[in-house]
Design a protein around this ligand. Structure first.
Ligand SMILES: *Cc1c(COP(=O)(O)O)cnc(C)c1O
Length: 313
């Protein structure tokens, strides 16, 4: 169990914004993936000796799973569908930190996968798993994530009560939407408990990985019958996940000027959308809590990519 992450405040676009610092959750195990994997830290897995995961070689979940495995004394096998030779020769960020924690990173190239997507190969591997193996689906998009995210919801709720707030917007960019929908589920039940009748907390998000339709589908799949779902916003321009855009870098710099370092993959889209919403007069009378979901280990390599592509930055 973690102690609550702090809440700080900053100025963004002339507006005071609270920031929930999940990047400071714990020196080693922090950010969004730590919340999602908290379940595997707290529960008994007596028969497990090996953790198995998959995804991108730069993913935050790769690093967080490596910390989890190390803390629990498990071996850790992590499958990727592609390992760039540049990264292999110049280990950095999440990849480097995970290797230092003892991660075995296994590349299943197209040939080995016989053209199948990595996800399908992982399902096949999981169905053949031995009793000592714990398989975690990619990106932590699963019901186990609810435990840590409920704790996050409770922390936000208690903080809002201590501040005497009656209304709060919790805002952040989404990938799979797991964080957004489980937080909203937690906040929804506050309205039905008598002593908290006074507080209304709504999750607002922007889709970074898929479109809005994808995000809605994810919400329905994880929580099929909520009375209220997170509100999904859209940026005027469409951005492709992981691609570099000068205005994303600018939005990141503007946000960091508030005194807190954010990450360069999700947060730029979060702040571009937030600026648009503020310009439209949204949230004019409601305090905003921006959820900092960590991921800073990836920043140096993202900055290097930006520098290579746009030498002026
Ligand atoms: C994983 C992650 C997200 C996306 O979270 P979802 O629950 O998949 O929406 C956002 N930001 C950071 C830094 C992450 O690591």
């Amino acid at each position: 169990m973690f102690s609550p992450s702090p809440v700080h405040s900053m100025i963004f676009e002339g507006r005071s914004v609270f920031v929930k610092r999940d990047d400071l959750l714990h020196p080693e195990f922090s950010g969004n993936k730590a919340r999602k994997f908290q379940y595997f830290l707290n529960h008994d897995f007596a028969h497990i000796t090996t953790l198995v995961g998959s995804g991108s070689a730069q993913a935050n979940s790769l690093y967080s799973l490596s910390v989890l495995a190390k803390r629990r004394g498990w071996a850790f096998n992590y499958y990727v569908d592609h390992l760039a030779s540049y990264l292999k020769d110049n280990p950095q960020g999440n990849y480097k930190a995970a290797i230092n924690n003892g991660a075995n990173i296994i590349a299943l190239d197209r040939h080995e996968r016989q053209g199948e997507p990595l996800e399908d190969c992982m399902s096949a591997l999981a169905s053949l798993a031995k009793d000592n193996e714990l398989h975690v689906p990619e990106g932590g998009r699963c019901a186990y994530a609810q435990e840590g995210l409920t704790q996050l919801g409770l922390e936000i709720h208690q903080w809002a009560l201590a501040q005497g707030l009656k209304q709060l917007v919790v805002y952040f960019p989404s990938g799979t939407g797991t964080t957004a929908v489980f937080l909203q589920q937690y906040f929804n039940q506050l309205h039905t408990s008598v002593e908290d009748l006074e507080i209304s907390i709504r999750v607002h998000t922007v889709s970074v990985v898929g479109g809005n339709g994808y995000l809605e589908k994810q919400f329905m799949q994880l929580c099929p019958s909520l009375t209220l779902y997170p509100k999904i916003h859209t940026t005027t321009k469409k951005y492709h996940f992981g691609k570099l855009y000068p205005e994303c870098y600018q939005a990141w710099k503007d946000a960091c000027a508030g005194g807190i370092e954010f990450e360069l993959l999700y947060d730029p889209i979060g702040f571009i959308a937030l600026k648009q919403l503020l310009d439209q007069g949204e949230f004019a009378h409601t305090p905003i809590l921006y959820l900092h979901q960590g991921g800073l280990l990836g920043n140096p390599s993202m900055q290097a990519r930006y520098r290579r592509k746009y030498s002026v930055l």
